[in-house]
Write a protein that binds this ligand. Structure first.
Ligand code: PLP
Ligand code: COI
Length: 365
């Protein structure tokens, strides 16, 4: 199958779907990543055969041989995007083509086959259609979609697998951080790095997240919410958080985010914020920001606001920053005005209540 081919998914609806009353109960306070819909999509790949056996079926455990390659060498990639209930009763995704393309870039880096963009989009449309009743309509709610792919070949040799399984699951979500839009505290990791030049930092592979767990635990142990990583070579330049990109807002209105140097995940929210900030009249720069510069600008008052952004976290203000040598305030105790304005314009676009000049809103129904 090549890009653009239409791949049909055989639909096998759940024989005993969740009752409307039970579903309503689970949607009251779904949190993040704990509640799942009734169905999933599966699609197989084998060398010589290509993509085949696409199914929409009841969500269920995946039987797996103990010698499945992913369990040994972590050949796995994933994506994260959300479906939103629109005011007119429709359902939208936000820039899903960008997720499809990033999924392909991640596949390239992990020596996996590319899933055609259309198959990625069709799998999402199929799951959203069958599980549409699970999309939260409450303020701030969305249906978080998690496409992933892993090496399913039963083989212990170290080489790219010849068989893969692509799976899509969906999870109704409230806010990623409990407690609403409150500034979070960051721990600057000076001993651990997330990604090195030539490594997998720009790919969305499970291994990157496994490597981020010890530094994230260190952040929690320091009383912080999230870890922020510096570059692996000089331990000097700010890169990103474990699952979010980072932005700085200065007193002259300039909006800055670390440049993509190959070690940072190319966030779709990041790219959207750059466009929205430019449109709102801000000067926007992608450049390296050193931790020394961050501290100095926070101390002088030149730096006014810092925020993190990503699909799961949307836009989250950063309040304080701690490192082995001390602590400083990144912004005010309250979320800053530029942060909150950018957050609102992004949410309005995603929820279909703002004009969409770039065609970012993708209707699935
Ligand atoms: N950086 C990392 C490491 C992430 O896991 C994510 C989340 O996907 C992001 C940044 C933000 O990316 P996006 O805006 O595409 O969700
Ligand atoms: C996302 O924002 O989609 C992420 O993947 C971040 C995290 C949940 C891994």
């Amino acid at each position: 199958m090549s890009d653009g081919d239409i791949l049909a998914f055989d639909v096998h609806p759940h024989a005993h779907p969740t009752s409307p009353a039970e579903r309503a109960a689970r949607l009251v306070n779904p949190g993040f990543g704990k509640v799942f819909t009734d169905h999933m999509v599966t699609l197989r790949y084998a060398d010589g055969k290509g993509w085949h056996d696409g199914r929409v079926e009841a969500r269920a455990p995946i039987p797996m041989d103990p010698a499945s390659a992913v369990l040994h060498y972590a050949q796995e990639i994933f994506e994260g995007l959300k479906a939103y209930a629109l005011p007119d009763g429709g359902v939208s995704l936000f820039r899903p083509e960008a997720n499809a393309r990033r999924f392909q870039r991640s596949a390239d880096r992990l020596a996996m086959p590319r899933l055609p963009e259309q198959a990625f989009l069709d799998s999402i449309a199929a799951l959203v259609e069958i599980d549409r009743e699970w999309i939260p309509t409450a303020e701030g709610g969305s249906l978080y979609l998690r496409p992933f792919m892993f090496a399913s070949e039963v083989f212990l040799g170290v080489r790219p697998a010849q068989e893969y399984l692509y799976v899509l699951i969906a999870s109704p979500a409230g806010a990623y951080f409990s407690g609403g839009v409150k500034p979070v505290t960051l721990w600057v990791s000076e001993d651990y790095a997330r990604a090195a030049p030539g490594g997998t930092g720009a790919a969305k592979c499970g291994g990157n997240y496994a490597a981020s767990l010890a530094p994230q635990a260190a952040a929690i142990a320091q009383g912080c919410d999230q870890v922020v990583f510096l570059d692996a070579v000089e331990h000097r330049y700010v890169e990103e958080l474990g699952g979010m990109n980072v932005f700085f807002v200065y007193d002259d209105g300039t909006v800055v985010t670390p440049a993509l140097t190959g070690t940072i995940l190319e966030g779709i929210t990041r790219e959207s914020i750059l466009t929205l900030a430019r449109r709102a009249g801000h000067e926007v720069r992608e450049r390296q920001v050193s931790f020394d510069e961050w501290r100095a600008d926070a101390a002088s008052g030149r730096l006014r606001e810092v925020f993190a952004c990503g699909t799961a976290a949307v836009v989250t203000p950063i309040g304080a920053v701690k490192w082995a040598g001390g602590e400083f305030r990144a912004g005010g105790a309250e979320p800053g005005p530029v942060t909150m304005a950018l957050r609102q314009s992004l949410l309005d676009l995603q929820r279909g209540v703002a004009p969409d000049p770039d065609g970012w809103v993708y209707r699935v129904r």
